[in-house]
Design a binder for this molecule. Sequence first.
Ligand SMILES: [Zn+2]
Length: 165
Amino acid sequence: MGLFDALFRSSEILGIAEETLEFALESSEATHPHEYMGFLRGTDAQELGLEQDGLVITDVLVVPGTESNSVSATVRTSQIPNDVKALGSVHSHPNGVISPSAADLETFGRGSVHIIIGAPYRRSDWQAFDSEGHSTRLNVIDVELPDTDDFFDFTQADIDDDLRR
Ligand SMILES: [Zn+2]
């Protein structure tokens, strides 16, 4: 089993938490004109108080070592912690075109939902795609997240720590 196979697992995705979507939109805007890239992680719906089986996207994992420029962001897969279970990915298109590029389609097979956010990063400037690159509906769920500090993000200190090992 390759790293990416281990990273992604399939399970029914009910939608994305409103707060998580807003976080991704704000992050994309803050990263402009560079491309923002992260992986999506979910929380069991019942843990969030929903009476349904499935997962709600609640976290964006920003990968250290993402090389960003205004054209593309590539992830150095060797740097993705292998205990991370990702449902899919999110990235921005600073040129505002909300459709997958040829390079995007090559990576979409890993994971079941992929969000593209386009400039100018308004609430409606995003679209979800399935693993084949077709537009897919992703519900936005107004759910109370346990603690917004849970957003899994690496700080420069974490990266420095890694470098010292
Ligand atoms: Zn793209």
